[in-house]
Design a protein around this ligand. Structure first.
Ligand SMILES: [Zn+2]
Length: 80
């Protein structure tokens, strides 16, 4: 199962919960966490989720995850 599939399932479960605010809140947190596992390409070397600089200033390998919010970074499709 891919992260996207898990997100879709949790969203469908959440829709069926009616007014259960705490469970919906927990589901939304889970969805946010799962969405950060799906790699997103940086914009001008910045994280799409929080705008933090994700280019490694030491010149070594670029960060695979944003140090600020945990977003997975996809350097392969940068600029696409
Ligand atoms: Zn970030």
């Amino acid at each position: 199962m891919k992260f996207k599939d898990a997100i879709d399932i949790i969203k469908r479960l959440s829709d069926g919960l009616g007014n259960n605010g705490y469970v919906k809140l927990a589901n939304n947190l889970a969805i946010d966490a799962l969405e950060k596992q799906i790699p997103k390409s940086p914009t001008n070397d910045r994280c799409q989720a929080c705008n933090e600089d994700v280019r490694n200033w030491t010149g070594e390998e670029n960060f695979k995850y944003c140090c600020s919010c945990g977003q997975s970074i996809d350097w392969e499709s940068e600029g696409e």
